[in-house]
Design a protein around this ligand. Structure first.
Ligand code: AVJ
Ligand code: FE
Length: 440
């Protein structure tokens, strides 16, 4: 195919920035000012911090770095620097009040679109193929997911509304529980995806022995059997640090779940509803996912296994952009983009399954993997060390696939997310794997 004319790339970037801003506007206008400035959890920033941080990051990269324009509000850099101030401290900062924050992000956007109009989008690493504009759209969408997490933690009546995903098509129940991923090398990561972030690069060959992986993410119903089997109390299933954490905090079910008589219910965006047994489990920590897998006689997949299951085309040996191929995500492929405020039932999105027969890898729930967040061989921090490099190490576990809250612009077969193994406010679930049994 011929490369699109540069005007098309420019229009696409402008549209993606607008899509992100529409979502930011919704997430910061569906509640009143007191809910924007309050801290709903020490794990999260006040929503009004995320809002102005989005604008400040855009000012630094698009207005100053690319546009080489004078700073609009240099005084804000420190207040909205995520490294200077941990989330718990942010309510005590001199934050812009909601009205001023809205005016600030709007002013930055006007200038950023002007910079986009005048950028060549080639020749320099930062702007090549529109990279830094894509990075800014992804950054805003990542904070839109963060803000949705804050909304989930907020107490009080529902402020956000979205239709439920449709029931899974008939026939999903007859799929095998697990599928074989053949052994041999595959290409992990990317050197060609124009807006891939530094930690997804470069493409490299990985030897991955054969293994079996769940067709679907682990469901709430399957997770419930672990609870009812006394899984939280049984030290055999737990990583020692996980056991210590569970004992110290008294955890006994996913976050937002509670027992009501003989029934399990969960709180979700301001409503309380029965736990849906056929939906991927959500709001579990890495420790809980790891313990469930051991209880089931299984293990979490490594991120290389996850990516091979998601991207390998067994017919050609090539790694594709998504489980379904190279096409950008469309609504029939996956539950992405906050179209629904929950994961879809197991067996949804047949069009999104991988050629090996693995379903719902993209969207619905982030999937914890066994892997620590580490650089790929040949990694180079770009465009700044604080995006990925400072997080590499054994303290962060990798999540793959993206949740219902992730926008397509920030979702790829190569995309890597990371968090601490105790975290469970994020939209995370898991699927499991096992080694191939020995034998003839
Ligand atoms: C990739 C989701 C871990 O939210 O801390 C946002 C994304 N980086 N602003 C985060 C990010 C800078 C990051 N995660
Ligand atoms: Fe950020």
């Amino acid at each position: 195919a011929l490369p699109p004319p540069p005007g098309a790339l420019r229009d696409r970037l402008a549209a993606l920035l607008t899509t992100a801003r529409d979502r930011t506007a919704l997430l910061t206008s569906c509640v009143g000012d007191p809910d924007l400035t309050a801290q709903h959890s020490p794990l999260m920033s006040p929503l009004v911090w995320d809002l102005a941080h989005i604008g400040n990051y855009e000012e630094q990269w698009l207005v100053r770095a690319v546009g080489r324009q004078e700073a609009l509000r240099p005084d804000l850099d420190s207040v909205y620097d995520a490294f200077e101030h941990p989330r718990a401290e942010r309510p005590s900062l001199p934050l812009l009040p909601p009205g001023e924050a809205r005016r600030y992000v709007t002013e930055v956007r006007t200038r950023a679109l002007d910079v986009l109009d005048r950028s060549r989008l080639e020749g320099e690493a930062l702007t090549e193929a529109g990279f830094v504009f894509g990075m800014i759209a992804q950054h805003e969408q990542q904070h839109d997911e963060t803000m949705l997490i804050t909304h989930q933690l907020r107490r009080g009546p529902a402020a956000l509304h979205a239709p439920d995903p449709p029931p899974a098509p008939a026939g999903a129940a007859s799929l095998p529980a697990e599928v074989l991923v053949p052994g041999g090398p595959f290409t992990m990561g990317t050197s060609t995806e124009p807006w891939a972030l530094d930690n997804e690069r470069p493409a490299h060959r990985r030897e991955v022995p054969p293994f079996l992986i769940d067709t679907h993410p682990v469901s709430c119903g399957a997770y419930l059997r672990f609870i009812e089997d006394g899984g939280y109390e049984d030290p055999r299933w737990w990583d020692p640090r996980g056991l210590a954490h569970v004992r110290a905090t008294g955890l006994s079910a996913p976050l937002f779940w509670r027992r009501e008589g003989r029934e399990w219910v969960r709180r979700r965006f301001g409503i309380t509803e029965p736990v849906p047994l056929d939906e991927p489990v959500l709001h579990v920590s890495w420790y809980e996912a790891d313990a469930w897998a051991r209880w089931a006689g299984r293990r979490l997949p490594t991120e290389a296994e996850w990516e091979k299951a998601a991207r390998l085309d067994p017919a050609t040996g090539r790694s594709r952009r998504y489980p379904w191929g190279d096409a950008d995500p469309a609504p029939h492929h996956a539950n992405l983009g906050q179209r629904h405020l929950r994961p879809a039932p197991l067996g949804s999105y047949p069009d999104g399954a991988s050629p090996l027969g693995v379903w719902q890898l993209i969207g619905d729930v982030w999937e914890w993997t066994a892997s620590d967040f580490l650089p790929y061989p040949g990694f180079r921090a770009f465009p700044y060390r604080e995006y990925s490099q400072v997080f590499f190490g054994p303290e962060h576990k990798v999540l793959r696939g993206g949740s219902f809250a992730v926008d397509p612009v920030a979702c790829r077969g190569t995309f890597r997310n990371w968090d601490l193994p105790v975290r469970r406010q994020i939209f995370a679930g898991f699927r499991t794997a096992r080694d191939l049994p020995e034998g003839p």
